[in-house]
Design a protein around this ligand. Structure first.
Ligand code: AOF
Ligand code: ZN
Length: 352
């Protein structure tokens, strides 16, 4: 019989198990209606008995996957470490709180409490049954991993990432309208990996007609980091009243095409939320970018900036109605990355 662990040794082991659960969770797909969740089950001596993660809507939840990986093991008295509160609902799969109880798990540690009203309540159910439940372990890392999903579930509208690819002076085209390849191949490759992570990509009809984009995710197989196979193709959304020609690339191979005949970003988000879109990438052009910014509906900016000066030509963002510096649309820098000769700035809206 192994001796019970000392308190400090135990909290170190729990933190390590949660870090592992977060790594497992990240192996699930970042897109889709369901959250990425990981689960590690520990024996009383702190050794890992089983692991599991969620592979996408309709498949086993992380806890159920871990339990399935330990089918022949006696799990009575074990500790489950999960990145998201176990569910209490019969959804696409049965409630994980019940499955953990049935297995005899004695203790549960959770990073993030589930904000989804249909599924929430697992912690309370486990506590009622005498299981010790602690929430908030590595909660910041858990929140970061699930950022778009949590935002969508909490607010009822998709998380919006606005992509801008500009010269150093903020321009997206030269005065004659030419705009090809302001940013370099590494920046473009990165932008494709982002496309493969979101549920939907939107452009305005102006950009759709001018550039004839395909809006597909073209990603080297390894870059997606899970499941292998072809990159996930996001829903392609065209916003505005003008019609697309029959031979538009947007009608060709790729994700489903959705034409929303509106100019109102809130309407766009409502239509996409109804389709379970959690993360929308707005790719332009300036009219659509300006509309989303003016509406205060941009949660994250991806600014790819090339060391190029144009001096004249269209800018990435139009008039936001800001007349004085105190009213500037300010974001917080989250990450800065060099991509070849270009720089990617990831900035986020200050918490509203
Ligand atoms: C997951 N995977 O590992 C956990 C989830 O659509 P359903 O019926 O599978 O239920 C999805 C909800 O269950 C999800 O929104 C979240 O609130 C909860 N937990 N979901 O897809 C998991 N643990
Ligand atoms: Zn569950």
């Amino acid at each position: 019989q192994a001796r019970p662990l000392e308190e400090s040794a135990r909290s170190r082991i729990l933190a390590a198990a949660m870090r592992r659960a977060l790594v497992l969770a990240a192996q699930g797909p970042p897109h889709g209606p369901n959250p990425r969740v990981g689960c590690v089950i520990l024996a009383p001596d702190g050794s890992v008995v089983a692991e599991g993660f969620h592979r996408g809507a309709g498949t086993l939840h992380a806890e159920a996957a871990a339990l399935a990986n330990a089918r022949d093991v006696d799990l009575r008295g074990t500790t489950a470490v999960v990145t998201l509160e176990p569910c209490a609902h019969h959804g696409r799969t049965p409630p994980c709180a019940d499955a953990l109880l049935e297995a005899g798990v004695a203790e549960v540690h959770v990073a993030v409490v589930d904000p989804n009203p249909t599924a929430a309540g697992g912690a309370a159910r486990l506590r009622d049954a005498g299981v010790r439940v602690e929430t908030g372990l590595l909660a910041d890392a858990g929140e970061e991993l699930l950022r778009p999903w949590l935002h969508a579930v909490r607010t009822g509208r998709p998380y919006v990432t606005l992509k801008l690819a500009t010269s150093l002076d903020g321009r997206v085209a030269a005065p004659d309208g030419t705009s090809r390849w302001i940013t370099g191949p590494q920046a473009r490759a990165h932008a494709h990996t982002v496309r493969a992570q979101v549920d939907a990509i939107a452009v305005g009809t102006g950009t759709a007609l001018a550039d004839d984009p395909s809006l597909t995710a073209r990603v080297p197989e390894v870059a997606e980091g899970h499941d292998g196979g072809d990159a996930h193709q996001p829903l392609r959304v065209v916003v505005g009243h003008r019609a697309l020609p029959d031979d538009a690339r947007l009608r060709g191979p790729g994700g489903e095409l959705l034409h929303l005949a509106t100019h109102d970003p809130a309407e766009v988000l409502a239509a996409l939320a109804a389709r379970d879109v959690r993360h929308l990438l707005v790719e332009g052009g300036p009219v659509l970018a300006t509309a989303f910014l003016t509406a205060g509906l941009v949660d994250e900016l991806h600014a790819y900036v090339a060391p190029v000066l144009l001096g004249a030509g269209a800018t990435a963002v139009g008039d936001l109605g800001i007349t004085t510096i105190g009213d500037a649309a300010r974001f917080e820098t989250h990450e800065v990355r060099r991509l070849g000769d270009d720089v990617l700035v990831v900035a986020r809206a200050a918490r509203r």
